[in-house]
Design a protein around this ligand. Structure first.
Ligand SMILES: Nc1ncnc2c1ncn2[C@@H]1O[C@H](COP(=O)(O)OP(=O)(O)OP(=O)(O)O)[C@@H](O)[C@H]1O
Length: 260
């Protein structure tokens, strides 16, 4: 398997079949209206962490939903190397009448894990996101950051190689987000996941991604992409992250002024 040197990071398998392949995808929601997505091509290699960036309304979530299989494309094809990719959204969408452990166990049950194994496996997964000891807590007892950790553990319970994330940390305060960034990178590296992460926060995209893909608006197309050769651990405050974020922000501004 050929790999490309990505500094001290995870190597990406470049000649393996992509984990996600979007080919010529267009999406029209309303007849007679311009397409929301127009002939989008995107490949994500197994184990790669790609951030999808763009102005509000450019079609990032639509593209993610297509990859998730929640929506059939109007035209084009979507191929994903997973029966059911794991998903995480801005809202944790935990069931409030269950405990943290109960929420994770439910996902294990949906995957067919035997009852006798579920508790220990839920504990292991909550441990992975640094929530050991919180298995018995109810949702209302958890902070926003803890809820997103449980949501991540629940996503991992699906045991899918592909994790799709739609602005999962957008509602968190800066410090909590910073901690969650660290956790996510660690989990991605440990589990060898393929991650497609939607955000409109440029610094967050550069902090996390091995590649940042910028979408243009109306219609949504891939405008440009950058390979982020900054080794982990990265800090959102690091000068290299700031410099790359400035370059991408300038391009984002150009896209916004071009398309309104
Ligand atoms: N089911 C739908 N029916 C009709 N229009 C839709 C539907 N889903 C999305 N749209 C429209 O498609 C466009 C792109 O929306 P989408 O949510 O994909 O953008 P986004 O880039 O994720 O935006 P944001 O960053 O604000 O979340 C918007 O104009 C939205 O109103």
């Amino acid at each position: 398997m050929a790999t490309r040197d990505l500094t001290a990071d995870q190597a990406v398998a470049t000649d393996a079949a992509p984990a996600v392949r979007v080919t010529g995808v267009s999406q029209v929601f309303e007849e007679g209206r311009p397409p929301v997505l127009d002939r989008v091509d995107l490949s994500v290699a197994p184990g790669e962490f790609v951030c999808l960036l763009g102005a509000s309304g450019c079609g990032k979530s639509t593209l993610l939903n297509l990859v998730a299989g929640l929506l059939p494309p109007t035209a084009g094809t979507v191929q994903v190397a997973a029966d059911r990719p794991a998903l995480m959204f801005q809202e944790s969408a935990l069931l409030p009448w269950l405990t943290a452990g109960g929420n994770v166990e439910l996902a294990l049950r949906a995957r067919g894990v035997a009852k006798a194994e579920r508790r220990a496996e839920a504990e292991r997964l909550l441990g992975l996101v640094n929530l050991s000891g919180s298995e018995g807590k109810r949702v209302h007892e958890l902070s926003g950051g803890m809820r997103q950790r449980v949501a991540l553990a629940r996503a991992l319970a699906q045991d899918s190689p592909v994790l799709l994330m739609d602005e999962p940390f957008a509602a968190l305060d800066a410090i909590t987000r910073d901690v969650l960034h660290e956790e996510l990178v660690r989990v991605w590296q440990q589990q060898g996941l393929t991650v497609l992460f939607v955000t409109h926060n440029v610094r967050e995209a550069v902090r996390l991604g091995q590649r940042v893909v910028l979408m243009s608006s109306r219609p949504g197309r891939i405008a440009r992409e950058w390979r982020i050769d900054i080794s982990h651990p990265r800090s959102i405050e690091a000068p290299a992250v700031g410099a790359m974020a400035s370059e991408i922000t300038a391009q984002l501004h150009r896209e916004i002024s071009r398309h309104g």
